[in-house]
Design a protein around this ligand. Structure first.
Ligand code: BES
Ligand code: MN
Length: 453
């Protein structure tokens, strides 16, 4: 059987090994760890009985892709399992209750960077396939794996690979475990993601720093300029003020809106408990889930410039940089959104400085049709395993591969997520709820069985 005490202990033990590897894709000094994480995935796929290899990106300098396949079910559908072995940086380190790369089981949760996003969930896919092969000596459908190491940096290498439509990626649908359940115990399928454009707003004033007493009143201030540009791009009500930005937005239909309104939800608990905030903000008169899942955003992530050390220094900085991103919703296009953003920046740029938005990465938004047979089978499997009706939600996050699978391979993605809203993704004390880990393995295995019938 694929779910025994022994198999659970082994799965947990191996997961810990995976989580101990600090495979942080955004930091160059972790390149060797990226390699170790790819090798871990490769080893697991081989041991499970798949044919597998690492696809190097020698010229491109990208992180290795791990590819695997088991194609012993002729006439049955082929499912592509996608996950990512890279993680976000763990900082701020002093807020972790246990070190981020020393997985710690406390109660029913395992705490470590990547436990939920996405090593733990990628490992669910691997264990499901491994368990089926071990139990039956075969799989009910054909299975392929594509596990990447640049998801968290919006890396473009996988896009180039998928865009060549390599024959080894031919398949009928993808399954991705990299999203969340709406609430504990509530089986959830995600049918929509936001896209993103991420970049730097670079602002330059004088050609060197200036004494703020001697020159204040005459000199342009790049940090002030960033503040002015930001407030011109988004108003106090959270409305984005970028010309043309909303033109392509497709509002959710009445049925989907009604389904969202029926989700079990306590706004007070969400605000104070989950977010730890005082109150919610954003576009007035727009329901919360529409703001989160079906409206674009503009957020500033950090501002660098001037003096930020201890004590006081009276200086007008010569330059400043703000990290910005906009989340996009269907049918917004990343390329067009960048142009609109750049034009809005130019129009809002105050006198005396230059301002330029430089793109770092982009990904398209995605919507999947919940009526397709793959989603229906997945919902059936989740309902069986969790003993409750599966709900369909969207998510505000981005998973670039979903749009790429759609546009380049023409396949739907089934997003069967086992994270929880309080998993602290990208934050200190990231965790995975272990009952979800074990049930996730069973649910994915059941999904493959249902597809094979
Ligand atoms: N798994 C997340 C996205 C996610 C989180 C989807 C929660 C649904 C619910 C993914 O790993 C992620 O964080 N993606 C980045 C993508 C970006 C860097 C291109 C994101 O959304 O910020
Ligand atoms: Mn992530």
């Amino acid at each position: 059987m694929i779910d025994t005490l022994e198999s659970r202990a082994e799965a947990l033990d191996r997961l810990k090994t995976f989580l101990r590897i600090p495979s942080i894709s955004t930091l160059p000094e972790h390149k060797p760890d990226i390699r170790r994480a790819a090798d871990f995935v490769l080893g697991e796929l081989l041991e499970a009985g798949l044919t597998a290899r690492v696809i190097e990106d020698a010229e491109g300098g990208g992180n290795p892709l791990v590819y695997g396949e088991w194609l012993g079910a002729p006439g049955k559908p082929t499912v592509l399992c996608y996950g990512h072995y890279d993680v976000q940086p763990p900082d701020p380190l002093d807020e972790w209750k246990s070190p981020p790369f020393e997985p710690d089981v406390r109660g029913d949760d395992i705490f470590a960077r990547g436990s939920s996003d996405d090593k733990g969930q990628t490992y669910i896919l691997i264990r499901a396939v491994a368990g089926l092969l071990k139990t039956n000596g075969r799989l009910p459908v054909n299975v392929k794996f594509l596990v990447e190491g640049e998801e968290e940096t919006g890396g473009e290498h996988i896009e180039r690979y998928v865009a060549t439509r390599p024959p080894e990626l031919a398949c009928d649908a993808a399954i991705i475990c990299d999203t969340e359940m709406f609430a504990p115990g509530l089986p959830t399928i995600c049918v929509g993601l936001r896209g993103i454009v991420y970049g730097e707003l670079c602002v330059e004033g004088a050609n060197h720093d200036l004494h703020s007493g001697v020159y204040g009143g005459a000199a342009p201030n790049p940090i002030q300029a960033i503040a002015e540009i930001l407030t011109a791009l988004k108003d106090r009500d959270g409305r984005i003020r970028i010309r043309g930005f909303h033109a392509r937005i497709v509002p959710p239909g009445a049925e989907e809106r009604q389904a969202w309104a029926r989700l079990p939800f306590n706004e007070e608990e969400y605000t104070r408990g989950e977010m730890g905030a005082r109150e919610l903000t954003g576009e007035p008169d727009m329901p919360l889930f529409e703001r989160l899942w079906a409206r674009p955003t503009l957020e500033v992530h950090g501002i660098r410039g001037g003096f930020t050390g201890e004590g006081a220094k009276t200086v007008i900085p010569a330059r400043a940089v703000a990290k910005l991103s906009a989340r996009l919703v269907a049918d917004q296009r990343p390329g067009e959104a960048v142009e609109q953003l750049q034009q809005a920046v130019a129009a809002a740029c105050p006198r005396g400085v230059t301002a330029e938005f430089r793109l770092i990465h982009g990904a398209a938004p995605s919507l999947v049709d919940p009526g397709n047979r793959f989603i229906r089978a997945a919902a059936g499997a989740m309902t069986e395993v969790f003993g409750r009706e599966t709900v369909y939600i969207r998510s505000g996050g981005s998973i670039p591969i979903v749009g790429l699978f759609d546009s380049h391979l023409g396949i739907p993605s089934v997003m069967m997520g086992f994270g929880l809203p309080d998993d602290n993704l990208h934050a200190p004390n990231e965790k995975l709820h272990l009952p979800n880990f074990y049930r996730g393995i069973v649910a994915v295995a059941r999904y493959l069985e249902l597809l094979g019938e």
